[in-house]
Ligand binder design. Structure first.
Ligand SMILES: [Zn+2]
Length: 255
């Protein structure tokens, strides 16, 4: 199959999945907490608002800056009002617009120290977990991100987690290596933002699925199991599709 045909297939899959199944919308609205998911090309960006603070989690693909800004404004979120940008990891579909938001709005960028080298253009090793993943990996080969320095770099385990009180928000960022060395998981109330630890389904976004790219599947299951032991979490928000109910994640692990 020609690369253009594969790209068209991948784009069609993405459009079907994100256009009809994963809308950009508020996914939690409580008196003291609002979470808005902004979806561009199947890459989720979350804006979390709590205690007068706005946190952006992940930054999508390079080139999608204007589309994320448009979606922010559609949900009455001025980009300049966002206090910080937290990256679940340094892959191009999560850190792609970070340099732009850092430069344009002065957002402080937080991420795992283990991914800083990748963000500077180092090797981003990926291991496809299916035929579709191989196609996606091939269609994305050559995509690079404008490099930048993390303003706050979370040290790897066994370093302690980072309290989001540093930016005025109740919540904790944990080093959660596996998908990449610098992957992190952020817990805010009953919500966990898990990056590419797991993903939702293409046809049913709420169905837990093994992520497209994972080099050690046993370790991945161990990391998922480990996160399930943290108390008080009901919902996982992955980088692609979702959200996932923790009971569904437990059932997925038992399969
Ligand atoms: Zn990734």
């Amino acid at each position: 199959m020609k690369k253009s045909a594969v790209l068209a297939l991948a784009a069609a899959l993405s459009a079907t999945a994100c256009g009809f199944r994963v809308p950009s919308e508020p996914i939690a609205t409580q008196p003291d907490l609002r979470i808005v998911r902004l979806n561009v090309a199947s890459a989720n960006v979350y804006i979390v608002e709590q205690a007068g603070t706005r946190l952006m989690i992940d930054a999508g693909n390079p080139g999608d800056e204007a589309e994320y800004e448009r979606l922010m404004r559609e949900h009455d979120i001025a980009p300049e009002s966002i206090d910080a940008l937290l990256l679940t990891h340094g892959h191009a579909d999560h850190a792609g617009t970070a340099r732009y938001f850092q430069d344009t709005y002065g957002m402080e960028v937080i991420g795992g120290a283990g991914d800083q080298e990748m963000i500077h253009g180092g090797d981003a090793k990926i291991c496809p977990t299916s035929f579709l993943a191989r196609v996606i990996g091939w269609s994305r080969s050559g995509i690079t991100i404008p490099p930048f320095d993390l303003d706050m770099a979370l040290e790897p385990r066994p370093a302690p987690p980072l309290s989001l009180q540093e930016i005025g928000m109740p919540g904790v960022v944990w080093p959660w290596p596996g998908h990449t060395d610098g992957s992190v998981v952020t817990v805010i109330g009953e919500h966990a933002f898990v990056g590419d630890l797991i993903r939702g389904g293409i046809l049913d976004p709420t169905e837990p699925n093994t992520h497209f790219f994972m080099c050690d599947l046993e370790e991945n299951r161990e990391r998922i199991r480990e996160l399930l032991t943290l108390p008080g979490i009901t919902t996982w928000h992955p980088g692609h599709f979702g959200p996932l109910a923790v009971d569904d994640v437990r059932a997925y692990l038992e399969d």
